[in-house]
Design a protein around this ligand. Structure first.
Ligand code: ZN
Ligand code: ZN
Ligand code: ZN
Length: 311
């Protein structure tokens, strides 16, 4: 049941009939509330099944991935002498994964790697993470500024909204709008919205696409926190992809990840998370890491047996 929106003076018959139509099709169970402008309708609380569609925010310290072939062991004593505290690292096929004890240790470890010019990547502080919400049901011609204003009028701290470019064909003259809010209680208020500017809306998280770094071409992180070696997506050379001088019908392609003759963003490359080969490898890994020892802090006394697991 929804309450009819507050009428403005000079409202047209067409607008009114649209609003009446919405009243008929709406089947919201909770009594909704409107803000004073009447342009937005919110449920009284967030539906748990809707919130569950977004990944839970984990406030853990982001790991640092040191890129091969750097040998972390050569730096361990120096790092420990700087009183940077970290757990036993994991030695993987492409990276050494290091987790620090605190955010401060993380900051100093990164500084050390930067100073030594070592290739690595990490991730941003999780407390600054944003929540992205796809809004369905808004007509194409709607001004994005109006959407932002109406969300703000309901004290939803929206950071930005933009139109999504999707391959999905939209036959109903609506567009997909992406709204970005802080990942906190205030930001999550957006999940209570059921109507915007007189239109019934549906909310959902954006589809998760595997990320690939534009800087080093490796999968699973973005260039924002990457200090990896610069690699070209086409020829694996140490230059930006847009500066590539490869002649397309003469020089062969070279993948920066596997060395084969395809571009580094080729979806069936064995390093690409959606490739069949990669998926198979992950399945095998899952089995082998089932009985896993918890990590210990590394000290000058125990750092001779540095790594936790060789995989
Ligand atoms: Zn990278
Ligand atoms: Zn190139
Ligand atoms: Zn490849």
């Amino acid at each position: 049941m929804t309450r009819k929106q507050k009428q403005k003076p000079g409202i047209t018959i067409k607008k009114l009939s649209n609003e009446l139509k919405q009243c008929r099709v709406s089947d919201e169970p909770e009594p909704p509330s409107t803000n004073p402008t009447g342009n937005i309708v919110l449920d009284s609380e967030i539906k748990p099944e809707l919130l569950a569609k977004w990944p839970k925010l984990k406030l853990k310290i982001p790991p640092i991935f040191l890129h091969k072939p750097v040998d972390f062991e050569q730096h361990v004593r120096k790092i420990l002498n700087m009183r940077i505290s970290f757990f036993q690292p994991l030695l993987g096929k492409n990276y050494t994964k290091i987790t620090c004890e605190s955010f401060n240790d993380h900051k100093h470890m990164i500084k050390y790697f930067e100073k030594k010019n070592l290739p690595f990547h990490t991730f941003g502080n999780p407390s600054k993470r944003k929540m992205k919400v796809v809004i369905r049901g808004i007509p194409k011609e709607t001004e994005l500024a109006d959407i932002k204003d109406v969300l703000k009028s309901a004290s939803i701290p929206v950071i930005r909204v933009h139109k999504m470019h999707t391959k999905e064909e939209r036959k109903d003259n609506t567009m997909l709008v992406l709204a970005v809010v802080p990942y906190d209680d205030e930001g999550k208020k957006i999940l209570r919205v059921t109507q915007l500017l007189g239109h019934n809306v549906k909310l959902e998280p954006p589809a998760i696409k595997p990320r690939q770094c534009y800087r080093c071409q490796k999968w699973g992180h973005s260039q924002r926190y990457c200090h990896g070696a610069l690699k070209c997506v086409k020829c694996a050379g140490d230059h930006l992809s847009k500066k590539c001088e490869r002649i397309s019908d003469q020089d062969p392609l070279k993948c920066a990840n596997c060395g084969a003759d395809h571009t580094a963003n080729y979806k069936q490359c064995s390093h690409a998370p959606n490739s069949n080969e990669y998926k198979l490898l992950q399945e095998m890994k899952k089995v082998s890491t089932e009985c896993f020892k918890p990590a210990q802090l590394v000290t000058l006394d125990n750092c001779t047996a540095l790594y936790r697991n060789d995989d």
